[in-house]
Design a protein around this ligand. Structure first.
Ligand code: KG4
Ligand code: ZN
Length: 406
């Protein structure tokens, strides 16, 4: 079985191809990620309608590259004719009537290339930015119609968690080099992870603590009441004029500072609350008030220290609540995932805290923490292995911008 996965929930256009192997292993034949960071950077955050426009532009080139790298792109023979071609074209036109740019490029593509050797299409249908999600979902439907394939909708947060079944830290984490796929396939087996699992998901849109007693079973124990962790990093970077996305820039500036030896102190919101919820807006406001007291020269000098204290405050709360929940629910394993999981200090702090309690700990390789379609493909693969889902009828698939895992 070969799965083609599409991810457009935020500002990355990504398509991956996963091949299931006979012995329960799989190989990722390609995982192409086209980032829109440069487009959104001047606004200090993702602009939904710009994201939609960029996905419309990027999806086809990304698909072509993903198929090429997977060696699945073949030019059509000259006497080729589509069965029910006219009727299909009409439905395709209706399907993509909001994605005009995409429609114009897709029809010549479909005429030029053969149906690739794919069995199932997977697509993120939520949560995320609604206009961005629809482009991916409509594109998946258009391909399904053209190639007579089923489509499976996938939850983005579930996929972030599932990225943990990919490969351990330090193991070979790169998708195969160009042309290497399908010849020298890197076959891996899904990682063995012991349940119950306590999973911390920290991204630009989500901060959740989730209990998993088995694969595919989720209980949300707590979540952010306002800003997501990544959003808080992005807002701090905006206040400091550092650029977008803020997380990696803040983390880099913080590297040179030892927070124990400096005066700036920010609050740790909800650190001692009895529940497992989070709040990052108070931390952001504390930083803002402090910044306002500084002259431009002081601000320049103190920016790395502000970043370091902010990062430490966020990590203190995230790690403390995760560990408390892991203890209360007798978790055997703690998983970390989402874009903020690429933060080195968070990875290290949570790893040490779990080691101290003799808990297993897993975090995906960094390139599988931020948005990518390989995690969508892997989720689909594991669902078809473990949960035997029915073949999905693409006509019924809807976008749910606020969908929750359950
Ligand atoms: O998972 P993701 O790629 O997209 C969403 O689903 O939201 O996460 C993106 C978020 C951004 O807010 C970005 O600033 C944050 O992840 N991020 C980081 C780091 N790298 C990315 N935050 C803190 N430290 C990092 N090293
Ligand atoms: Zn994400």
């Amino acid at each position: 079985m070969i799965i083609l996965a599409i991810e457009t929930s935020c500002d990355e256009t990504s398509i991956a191809v996963l091949q299931a192997e006979k012995d329960g292993g799989f190989s990722i034949l390609s995982n192409i990620v086209s980032s829109q960071v440069a487009i959104h950077a001047p606004y200090g955050g993702v602009v939904p309608m710009l994201a939609k426009r960029e996905h419309q532009r990027n999806l086809l080139p990304v698909l072509k590259q993903a198929l090429e790298e997977s060696r699945l792109l073949k030019v059509q023979s000259s006497n080729f004719k589509v069965k029910n071609g006219k009727a299909k074209f009409k439905i395709l036109e209706e399907l993509l009537n909001r994605e005009e740019t995409l429609f114009k490029k897709l029809t010549p593509f479909l005429k030029k290339y053969e149906k690739p050797d794919i069995d199932l299409i997977a697509v993120t249908n939520g949560p995320g930015l609604e206009p961005a999600l629809w482009v991916g979902v409509n594109f998946a439907k258009a391909l399904a119609l053209s190639w007579d394939l089923p489509v499976m909708p996938i939850n983005h947060v579930e996929a972030h968690i599932t990225a943990n079944w990919l490969e351990p830290i330090g193991a070979n984490s790169k998708s195969p080099a160009r042309g290497e796929a399908r010849q020298k396939r890197q076959i891996t087996k899904p990682k063995q992870i012991e349940f119950p699992i306590l999973s911390l998901i920290v991204s630009g849109g989500h901060t959740q603590l989730v209990l998993m007693r088995d694969f595919g079973q989720y209980k949300i124990l707590g979540e952010t009441r306002d800003d997501a962790a990544g959003e808080a990093f992005d807002k701090l970077a905006k206040m400091l004029n550092l650029g977008y996305p803020g997380g990696p820039i803040v983390a880099k500036l913080a590297q040179s500072i030892d927070v124990r030896h400096q005066q700036i102190k920010f609050p740790r919101p909800m650190l001692n609350s009895k529940d497992y919820d989070f709040s990052f807006s108070g931390l952001k406001t504390a930083a803002l008030y402090f910044i306002k007291t500084l002259s431009p020269a002081q601000l320049k000098k103190l920016t790395p220290a502000i970043c370091a204290e902010f990062q430490q405050a966020a990590i203190d709360v995230l790690v403390s609540k995760t560990i408390r929940a892991a203890k209360e629910y007798n978790a055997k394993t703690v998983l970390l995932s989402g874009g903020v999981a690429s933060n080195d200090l968070l990875r290290k702090t949570l790893s040490l805290a779990t080691e101290h309690l003799s808990l297993n700990f897993s975090v995906p390789p960094k390139n599988f923490c931020t948005d990518n379609a390989a995690m969508i493909a892997l989720t689909t693969y594991l669902k078809t292995q473990n949960l035997k889902p029915k073949t999905y009828n693409w006509q019924k698939i809807q976008v749910n911008a606020n969908s929750r895992i359950s």
